[in-house]
Each structure stands twice: as structure tokens, then as C-alpha cells.
Write a protein of this length. Structure first.
Lengths: 367, 570
């Protein structure tokens, strides 16, 4: 075999792999679509629990009045010689409403729960297929799968679903995330295969660096986690208005009632959003620093206000502002939530907007 | 909204009740309503300082900073893309001067942007200093004593035990110390606190921000950046005159150039040879030998695109490459005036179609025996598509090199004192050599071919090709500090966000019936699921050491807090 033959053969296998990758991505989209319908079915066939929990909890609080002393029911050691360990009574901060978390989309109905389980199984299946798609893509180009926006998009949605699956495995109360997540994943993949598609190619030397692997992989992970935080923040805003309305004696619409009552309480959503954002913030800081180190090696300066760098900085400062807002009187709650969303909007713009509308050193490899 | 107001008043009441117990769990500045100060300069100054160092203003400044950074990413900037700025001036005749006034073409060094971040950093310093002292005070002091009513705290547990109160307290103290709480006995309760590292992390993070800013500013003032094109076989030594172009920070001086020199031995580029990305560069490598200092020992190394050579504080980057045809020029008498000289040409496209000029300044005599200068416009294709194809290279490597020359003679204008580019002919005082049709005389040469100048005016021989590599030498002092600051910032941040600062109190008193009542409570800065878990864990251990006593008729629930409740109600 001559050298030319060998290269041709290699090129052919690569093309095969790239085709397999495309097929897998399309298949995963099909399965995600099925999962999407299953989630919808879960919401439709599930019902909010018979008693409006939120309303009940809030009215109970009202009637008990502010004077209702410590909400303490001390569980002590069992009456006689059976010595149990003492139980801890948890009392939420006085300012928070004591609203229980909603029952989830299925709302305790068997049918809803069945669809919910089907949806999650399908999500996991689609995740595995998509993961395969990303992997074969990586093999076909013999490098990490994030050299252009198409690859970035498919990797990003895989990681976002991966985060969701991991949180499920950790038994976090996160099933409410399913529908919004899969909806955006479908949008993301749709955009990826239509507008952003790029035939597989290789990196130009400027992109060859192990800092690339570190920088981009953590950027993708941060984005996926920020996304989860943003979804829970949006839901917090809805749920918070809902609770406010109930608390002030209003009657929310039936749709809102049905959907929002099944979500976790505003306080839980808010706390979850905060935890998630706070937990990745150091990683995001690291991502920017890794990028600066890489830029120092590739372009001779570690910070040069290139549009991508600038928007990473803006995103970073916006999230720092959000963290500050939560420690600042008068900014907790909804205002802080708006900041978190603004910060995520910055991240999104950095991801799509800067590549498409602004030219800079980061625009390479076809989009 | 009536709900929220009751919530707030309830909260305020609670905070008062927790009193000292909840104080100083963080060193965040207290938020005060922005009331106007009493008159007087000092009053105003103090008021202004308070405002500046408050969390609210820090937050506003942060938001301003991120808003202020936006225009710089959307409007072309002098620093990154001067040609686009010129374009902008042409396209927007009315807008451009306005932008100019606002400093929008150099946002990141504009007055207003600097004002935002300087205010932010003054605020930051004004925030850190008192917080540090406060924190040192907290480290010297002891965890605050237990609040009267532990039931009010976010996590609470209680049980009755036959063990004597002193023993329970003793055991609790030991247990808490074992768990690395700072704990002490205070009256009838043990007070303990843990997670001080959170505060350390937070302070370290904010201090690291200052270090990073100073390092960055320092670097901007003292940096330099120069470019040099080096032919294979040629050398470079780091002095100002050797650079093709050079930029430096405001406080840089010539003495800041690190003394070193290097020689380019060999440049090698490899390219994708097939497929849709044929011609895309794969690797660029420059083999060099270099020596540090004026008389350093010679060492050899390879510089690649992402792997600069570091010498002292300077970094040498490989930033470009191209070709330099080697030519020999003879005059009308056949005397060699240029002997195997390489002329670097500048690449025009990805396939390294190159152009430039060959200038023969001295020693040439024309057919009439007069002294003259020669000039050639040179066009070079590393891979020529063959006769009839375009004058663009089809591949970046030297597969079928072709040099196209057009010839001029006369005065190159190099002695006129006006600086001129080595890559362009100044044709003001140059005359064209004409071919038989009276057109400008041109010829395409393969390696080894010779071009005879018309009228027996001598010849040019294309002898071969050398490669050249473009190097950028930069030094930005303070990068080490910036990196150090960045690392501290990450770890500080992680400590600040992941470590919980929390307090635990254990009270053991003898109830009216002679049985010891143990109460444990925990308080964290934010509500966290971990706090009750930890409290439960501690309670479990303590419970084993002070096991529960059988119930009596009295309801233990109201027991411990009963006196307090009564006191409150009257
Ligand atoms: C360069 C600007 C700044 C950045 C990027 C920044 C960033 C941050 C971040 C990310 C946190 C979160 C850590 C946590 O929640 O514990 C934080 C906390 C904090 N920052 Fe800043 N900060 C800046 C300026 C300031 C200034 C000017 C002040 C003082 C007025 C300040 C005071 C604080 C305080 C007190 C906390 C702790 C809040 C708490 O205990 O929850 N920061 N900062």
C-alpha cells in the first residue's frame, strides 16, 4: 500500500465515522422528541394533588397568624426504654414562607408517574445515543469535539443532559427540570444540524494546545450548569408570583394553578438556583483564567479585550454581581433572580452572539 | 404585598432576639439606609465613604463595570483592530467624532471606564481593610454565648438525660473540639463555631482581585512587544534597532530589554495534503539556537505556535512564516553584484502567494557603464498551478515554486531620507525595462532559471528558496503576580462559597424534676441542609454519651423555653 492509499483509506474511515456521528445525532433527536412527548404526557395525565398544597399552606399560615410561635414539634426519644436518637427540628428563616414543595409533574397519579418514568428512560437513552454521536465525531476528526459551533452545540446539549442525569442519580429533587431541558436541547440540536453544521475538519495550529481542552471543556460544563441554574431561576420567578398572589388572596389562573402547584416551592427553587450558580462560579473563574493562559501562549498576551474575552468577563462580573446581590439587603429574592438571568443572557450572547455578530480572534473554523 | 411587610417585621424581631448570637457570622458590612448626613465637610466625607464601601454601591459598581465593558466589544477598538476603526470613521462621519469624544474607540483605557473600576477597587479596599480587622478580632475573641431561646434557631434538638449537666457540657465541649470547632464553656452552655476558613477565603479572594488588577496595570505600563522577521540562517539580538516594529508601555525604557540573541536554523511547516481542508496548516516549527545574556552559552530549542521560548522575562513567539527567493544579480559586464542573496516576501493568502521587492542598491553598472540602481517587483508562488493557471499559489508548501519578476532601473529613492518599505518599490524615479512590445519587462522563473535584462543590461538568476519565520518578542512584567493572584482567587472563592460558617450551642440544665435537659441548636449564615445534618450527627454522638431518660408527664416541649415565653408575654 502506498502512502497515498493509506491516507485515502484513513480519510474514508473518517468520513464513515463522521456519517455515523450524524446518524447518531439525528437518532438522538428522534428519541429526545419522544421523551419530549412523554414529559408532556406526564404533565397532562398527572394532576396537581387534590388539595392545592401551596394555597393550603399559605392560608394555614395566614390563619395561624404571625404570632404562631416557634414551629417546633420536638421529636424526642421514644417514651420508654427504647432509646432513639434525638431528631433535629428544622425551622426555616422567619421571613421565608413555609410552603411545601409541589408533588412534581406526575402529581402522585399513577399514570402521570408512568409517563414520567418513560420520559426519563427515553432521556437517558437519547443521552447515550447523543454521547455516541459526539464521541464518533471526536474520533472522526481525531481531536476533542469542539472546534466549531456545530460541535460545540452538540457537546453542550450532551453535557447539559448529562448534568441532569447525574443530578437524578444523586436523587436530587430535579424531575421538574425535564420538560424545559429537553425543549431547549431539541432547539439547540435543531439549530446545530441546520444552521451551524460544519463538515468534520481539523484544527488550525493556533487551536492546538492542551489548554484548549481544559478551557473549552470547563466552559461547556459551566454553560450547562448555568443553564440549569437559569431554568430554576425562571421557574422561581413564576412560582414566587404565584405564591404572592395566593398569599394576598388572589386566585391564579387554572393553568398556572395546575402547573405551578406541582413545582417545588419558590424558596426551594431559589435556593437550588443559587447553589447551582454558586457552585460553578469558581469553575467559571478558572475557565477564564485557563483561557487567559492559553491566549498568553497563542497570541502573546494573556488579556487583550478580544470580544470573546470581553463577554466572558462581562458574564463573570454579572454573576459576581448576582452573588453580591444575595448578600445585600434589599436585593435578595426577585431582584437577585433578574440579575442571575441577565448574567445567563450574557453567557448565551457570548456563546452564540459573539461568534455570529462580532468578529475577533475567536472566530475561526467556519462560524 | 402586606405579607412581605409582616415578614420583614417578623424577621427584624427575630434578629433582635438572636442578638449577639447571630452577629458577625460574616464580616459583610452592615447595610444602612442612605440617610443624608449632618452638614459639614467631614460629615459629608464620612457619608460618602460609607456609601462607597457599602455592599449596595459595590453591587452597583459591579453592574456598571459589566455594562461599561459592552460597547468595547461591539465598536471597533484602536488597540485590537485599527483598520476597522479607520473604516468606521469613513462610514459614519457624524457618529465617529462623537464616539471619539466618548472614548468609545478605546473603551478599556477611557476615562469613564477607568473611573468605574478605580471606584470599584477603592470601594473594595475600603471594604477589605475593616473586614480584615473585624475578622482578626473575631479570631481573637470567642464564639458568642448561647441565645436565651435555642428553639428559635434554624436547627434544634433536645432530649432529657440522667447524666449530670456538667458532664453533658464537658462531653459536648470535648466532642465539639474533636470536630475542630472553636468551643468554650459559657455559663450553662457550650458555644462553638466552625468554618472560619470561609471568611479567610472571601478576604483572600477580594485581596487577590486587587493583586491581579495591580499586576495587570503594571504589565500594561512596562510591557513591550516587537516583531522581527528572521531568515533561515540569520540571527537576531534583542536591541531596539533590530526590530521591524516595536510598541511599548508608557513607563518602559530601553534598559528593560532583556539581553539575548538567537539564530533561526530551520523553519518547517506541514500541511494537510488531501481532503476538503487541503492546505490547512498542521504544524509550524522553528528550530533555533539562542543564548541568554550578552555572552551566554548557546542552547538549541524548537519554537512552535503555542509554545513560545521564554528567556528571562521575555517570550519569543513564532507568529508568521513565508518564503525568501535567493537570487544572484550580474551587471552588464557580467560582474556579480548580488551573490545568492535572499529577499523575504510577504504572504498574501493562506497558500502563501507572496509579494515583495528586490532592490539592488550598490555596485550595479548598466550597459552604458553608468552607475544605477535596480528594482524588481517580485511575486512568488510556492506551488504554481502550471501554465495558464492563475497567479495564485495552490498549496502552501514548495511543490512547484515559481518566481515572477518585473524589472525597473533608475533611482530607488532609498537615499532620499524618507523611510520606505523594503517590500515595495518607490517608482517615482524608476524607469521600466521594456520588452520587445514596449511593455514592462516581466518573466516567470523556475529554480535555476535566469532572466536576461533587455539591452544586455545584465541578468537575474533564481537560485533557490529560503524560508523565513516571523517572531514576536514580548515581555509583560507582573504576569507571574497576575497568575498567582488568579490562583489565590480561585481557591479563595471556592473556600468562600463551599465552606459554611456555623455555630453550635449545647445547653444542659437541670429541669424542675431533677432530670437534665439537653438542648442543641445550630445557626449558619445561610440556610443549608448540611447544618441540621451536622447537628443531628453531633446530637447522636452526644446522645450516646448522655443517653435519654424516660419521659415524665410533663411535656418536655415547652419545658426549656417556658420561662422565656412567660417573660415575653408579660
Ligand atoms: C472587583 C469587584 C468584586 C468582585 C468581582 C467580587 C466578587 C465577589 C464574589 C464572587 C463573592 C461571592 C462569595 C460569597 O458569596 O461568599 C463576593 C462576596 C463578597 N464581597 Fe465581593 N467582589 C467585588 C468587590 C467587592 C467590594 C467592593 C466589596 C465591599 C463593599 C465586596 C464585599 C463582599 C462581601 C462582604 C462578600 C461576602 C458576602 C457574604 O458574606 O455573603 N466585594 N464578592
Amino acid at each position: 500500500m502506498t502512502l497515498a492509499d493509506a491516507t485515502q483509506l484513513a480519510a474514508a474511515t473518517n468520513e464513515n465515522l463522521a456519517n455515523i456521528s450524524n446518524t447518531l445525532i439525528y437518532s438522538s433527536m428522534a428519541v429526545y422528541t419522544l421523551a419530549f412527548f412523554a414529559y408532556i404526557a406526564e404533565w397532562i395525565f398527572g394532576s396537581r394533588s387534590k388539595v392545592g398544597r401551596t394555597a393550603a399552606a399559605l392560608t394555614a399560615q395566614e390563619s395561624a397568624g404571625a404570632k404562631a410561635g416557634p414551629a417546633v414539634t420536638v421529636q424526642k426519644a421514644g417514651g420508654t426504654a427504647v432509646l432513639e436518637r434525638p431528631k433535629v427540628v428544622v425551622r426555616s428563616a422567619a421571613s421565608a414562607r413555609d410552603v411545601p414543595d409541589g408533588p412534581g409533574a406526575a402529581g402522585g397519579t399513577e399514570q402521570g408517574d408512568l409517563y414520567g418514568r418513560i420520559a426519563i428512560s427515553l432521556t437517558v437513552l437519547a443521552f447515550l445515543i447523543e454521547f455516541g454521536g459526539v464521541l464518533t465525531r471526536a474520533l472522526s476528526v481525531r481531536r476533542a469535539p469542539w472546534g466549531n459551533m456545530y460541535e460545540f452545540s452538540i457537546t453542550f446539549s450532551t453535557v447539559a443532559v448529562g448534568v441532569y442525569v447525574v443530578l437524578l442519580l444523586l436523587k436530587k429533587n430535579i424531575r421538574w427540570l425535564g420538560l424545559p431541558l429537553i425543549t431547549t436541547v431539541l432547539l439547540d440540536l435543531g439549530l446545530a444540524v441546520t444552521v451551524l453544521y460544519t463538515a468534520s475538519d481539523q484544527l488550525v495550529p493556533a487551536l492546538h494546545s492542551y489548554w484548549l481542552y481544559i478551557h473549552v471543556s470547563t466552559a461547556i460544563l459551566c454553560g450547562a450548569v448555568f443553564y440549569v441554574g437559569a431554568v430554576s431561576t425562571v421557574l422561581y420567578l413564576f412560582k414566587d408570583s404565584y405564591e404572592n398572589k395566593l398569599a394576598s388572596g388572589g386566585t391564579p389562573g387554572r393553568f398556572a394553578d395546575s402547573v405551578l402547584d406541582r413545582l417545588p416551592s419558590a424558596a426551594s427553587l431559589d435556593k437550588f438556583g443559587y447553589r447551582v450558580n454558586a457552585a460553578v462560579f469558581p469553575l467559571w473563574t478558572f475557565t477564564i483564567i485557563a483561557g487567559a493562559i492559553w491566549a498568553g501562549d497563542a497570541w502573546g498576551r494573556y488579556w487583550g479585550w478580544d470580544p470573546k474575552e470581553t463577554w466572558s468577563f462581562i458574564t463573570w462580573v454579572a454573576y459576581a454581581g448576582y452573588l453580591h446581590a444575595r448578600a445585600t439587603a434589599g436585593w435578595k429574592g426577585r431582584k437577585a433572580a433578574y440579575l442571575a438571568l441577565a448574567a445567563f443572557a450574557c453567557w448565551l450572547f457570548n456563546y452564540y452572539g459573539v461568534n455570529i455578530f462580532v468578529s475577533g480572534k475567536h472566530s475561526y473554523a467556519g462560524v | 404585598m402586606s405579607k412581605t411587610t409582616t415578614d420583614d417585621s417578623r424577621k427584624a424581631g427575630d434578629d433582635q432576639e438572636l442578638g449577639a448570637a447571630g452577629s458577625q457570622l460574616s464580616t459583610a458590612p452592615k447595610e444602612e439606609a442612605p440617610t443624608l448626613p449632618a452638614m459639614g465637610v467631614i460629615g459629608w466625607a464620612r457619608w460618602f465613604w460609607r456609601q462607597l464601601t457599602s455592599m449596595r454601591v459595590a453591587l452597583l459598581l459591579l453592574l456598571l463595570l459589566s455594562l461599561g465593558a459592552i460597547p468595547g466589544s461591539l465598536i471597533p477598538q484602536d488597540g485590537t483592530d485599527p483598520t476597522k476603526v479607520d473604516q468606521f470613521y469613513q462610514d459614519h462621519e457624524t457618529l465617529a467624532p462623537v464616539y471619539e469624544k466618548l472614548g468609545l474607540f478605546h473603551v478599556y483605557s477611557s476615562v469613564w471606564f477607568s473611573a468605574i473600576y478605580i471606584l470599584l477597587f477603592v470601594s473594595l479596599i475600603g471594604c477589605i481593610v475593616p473586614r480584615t480587622w473585624q475578622f482578626v478580632g473575631q479570631l481573637r475573641g470567642r464564639p458568642p454565648r448561647a441565645p436565651r431561646r435555642l428553639t428559635r434557631l434554624p436547627a434544634y434538638t433536645t432530649w432529657r438525660t440522667g447524666t449530670a449537666p456538667e458532664e453533658v457540657r464537658e462531653a459536648a465541649l470535648k466532642l465539639l473540639k474533636q470536630r475542630r470547632f472553636r468551643a468554650h464553656l459559657d455559663g450553662d452552655a457550650v458555644a462553638a463555631e466552625k468554618g472560619y476558613l470561609r471568611e479567610v477565603g472571601n478576604l483572600a479572594f477580594h485581596i487577590a482581585l486587587i493583586v491581579m488588577l495591580i499586576a495587570f496595570a503594571w504589565g500594561q505600563l512596562f510591557k513591550y512587544e516587537g516583531n522581527k522577521l528572521v531568515l533561515e540562517g540569520d540571527g537576531f539580538s534583542n536591541t531596539l534597532t533590530q526590530y521591524d516594529d516595536f510598541k511599548s508601555g508608557n513607563l518602559w525604557s530601553q534598559d528593560d530589554l532583556d539581553p539575548f540573541s538567537f539564530t533561526l536554523k530551520d523553519f518547517k511547516g506541514t500541511y494537510e495534503t488531501s481532503g476538503p481542508n487541503k492546505g490547512t496548516p498542521r504544524t509550524f516549527e522553528a528550530r533555533i539556537t539562542y543564548s541568554e545574556g550578552a555572552y551566554g552559552k548557546e542552547k538549541s530549542t524548537t519554537v512552535k505556535v503555542n509554545e513560545p521560548l521564554e528567556i528571562d522575562g521575555s517570550k519569543v513567539y513564532l507568529v508568521s512564516h513565508g518564503y525568501a527567493p535567493i537570487v544572484t544579480v550580474k551587471d552588464a559586464d557580467g560582474n556579480v553584484v548580488v551573490d545568492h542573496e535572499a529577499y523575504a516576501l510577504l504572504p498574501l493568502d493562506a497558500n502563501v502567494t507572496s509579494s515583495g521587492a528586490i532592490k539592488v542598491m550598490d555596485g550595479y553598472r548598466n550597459a552604458k557603464g553608468e552607475k544605477e540602481q535596480l528594482g524588481f517587483n517580485a511575486f512568488f508562488l510556492p506551488t504554481y498551478g502550471g501554465a495558464g493557471s492563475t497567479m495564485l499559489s495552490t498549496f502552501p508548501a514548495l511543490l512547484n515554486p515559481m518566481l515572477a519578476l518585473s524589472a525597473y532601473h533608475g533611482d530607488l529613492g532609498v537615499d532620499s531620507g524618507i523611510p520606505q518599505s523594503v517590500y515595495q518599490l518607490d517608482d517615482k524615479n524608476l524607469k521600466e525595462f521594456k520588452d520587445s512590445d514596449g511593455e514592462l519587462y516581466k518573466k516567470q522563473l523556475k529554480v535555476g532559471q535566469t532572466m536576461q535584462l533587455p539591452g544586455g543590461n545584465g541578468s537575474v538568476t533564481f537560485e533557490g528558496i529560503q524560508e523565513w519565520a516571523g517572531f514576536q518578542v514580548t515581555a509583560q512584567p507582573g504576569s507571574g503576580w497576575a497568575l498567582g493572584g488568579a490562583l489565590v482567587a480561585i481557591f479563595g472563592l471556592a473556600g468562600s462559597l463551599f465552606i459554611q460558617r456555623r455555630r453550635v450551642w449545647v445547653r444542659a440544665v437541670e429541669g424542675p424534676d431533677g432530670v437534665t435537659v439537653v438542648e442543641m441548636a445550630g445557626l449558619g449564615r445561610s440556610e443549608s441542609a448540611k447544618l441540621p445534618e451536622e447537628l443531628g450527627d453531633l446530637a447522636g454522638v452526644l446522645y450516646d454519651r448522655a443517653p435519654g431518660a424516660p419521659d415524665t408527664d410533663t411535656d418536655p416541649e415547652t419545658e426549656p423555653s417556658a420561662p422565656a415565653e412567660r417573660a415575653e408575654k408579660k
